[in-house]
Design a binder for this molecule. Structure first.
Ligand code: ASP
Length: 343
């Protein structure tokens, strides 16, 4: 993330620079906009905020939730959208460079939201924007195996909201499980943990997919205690949140994940009773076999809410980028209260 002034957002590249006041503000803003959007008058008022703005959604890497939630977040604020999802339909097939493609997008729009299979490309696009006469903000919607900052923000919102009556994230034990090596969501989420007091992390992974050292070095430097294990059953009774991830087979170079007994890294009706009654289960989705669909019925499963939270958090991110916080506060003060929402 690069903010040009304290508390402001411009490029959103990684989780560095997100401090607690900004995170708290984004979470509050997320709840405010979703409440405003519940009435027709509120939804229309939101759509009237940015009818002059245009966004480019550049998603050459596959996406369902992040693409759809950003697309709909833009529409909630009245932003018109253009998209490239298949590079075969763009001038990249004629050999146009990444830098020239990004510069071209910037000629037509006011924000570029992008996901690439390569790590570092969002940062590269942001650096290019900082050199050209008409820069636009770059939002990283997933860069290779490395970063997924807006997912981390919606995860923070989901955690805070789930623990709202228990002091929020502070003091919680959070387990992250699965392919921690190649999962960008857990890498980004770890990057935000320094903002919360008394948090302890439990990293549950097969040895082959343990969390990378760069993240662990950072956690140690920030004084965030963590333990590593491959035995989920041992830790289930002590954790407040279980953040499950899938094995990221798309990154296999030598079929590393083939034949792996992944059953130990899943949650199902057999091991669910070990989890505390007030713990929560999250997943960035899509899921594989690591969460039995029967678990969906359990009140501790919050991943479908987490998915929906993503759209509202992305509205809040756009509100911050376009500096509409005051307009949102004014709307919240004048519109009639919205019906209660349990999600
Ligand atoms: N949807 C998330 C991502 O894009 C998680 C995943 O694919 O496993 O990283």
């Amino acid at each position: 993330m690069r903010s040009d002034m304290a508390g402001r957002l411009y490029h959103v590249i990684d989780t560095r620079g997100f401090d607690r006041p900004l995170l708290d503000e984004l979470c509050e803003l997320t709840t405010t906009v979703r409440n405003i959007a519940k009435t027709v008058a509120g939804a229309q008022a939101l759509q009237a905020l940015l009818p002059h703005a245009r966004a480019m959604l550049y998603f050459p890497q596959p996406s369902t939730r992040t693409f759809l939630s950003f697309n709909n977040a833009c529409h909630i604020l009245g932003i018109r959208t253009s998209e490239i999802r298949d590079p075969a339909t763009s001038s990249e097939v004629k050999g146009e460079s990444f830098d020239d493609s990004i510069r071209t997008f910037s000629s037509y729009v006011d924000v570029i939201i992008m996901r690439t299979p390569e790590a570092g490309y969002a940062a590269r696009a942001a650096a290019q924007m900082d050199r050209i006469p008409r820069p636009v903000p770059i939002v990283n919607a997933g860069s290779g195996k490395d970063q997924h900052p807006t997912q981390a923000l919606l995860d923070i919102y989901t955690l805070e909201r789930s623990f709202a009556d228990r002091g929020g994230i502070d003091g919680k034990v959070i387990a992250m499980m699965g392919d921690l090596k190649r999962g960008r969501t857990v890498r980004s989420l770890c990057g935000l943990m320094r903002n919360y007091r008394g948090v302890r992390l439990v990293l549950v992974a097969p040895a082959a997919f343990a969390m990378e050292d760069d993240v662990k070095v950072e956690l140690r430097a920030q004084g965030i205690p963590f333990t590593e294990t491959s035995r989920l059953a041992d830790v289930l009774p002590e954790i407040d949140a279980l953040y499950v991830t899938r094995i990221q087979t798309e990154w296999d170079t030598a079929e590393e994940s083939r034949g792996m007994d992944y059953a130990q890294f899943g949650i199902n009706l057999a091991n669910l009773p070990l989890l505390k009654h007030d713990a929560i289960i999250m997943h960035p989705l899509p899921r594989g076999p690591e969460i039995d669909p029967a678990v969906d019925e359990d009140p501790r499963a919050v991943y479908w809410r987490q998915e929906r939270n993503g759209m509202w958090m992305r509205v809040a991110i756009l509100v911050k980028i376009f500096r509409l916080e005051d307009r949102i506060a004014a709307l919240a003060a004048t519109l009639p209260p919205a019906p209660a929402d349990r999600a």
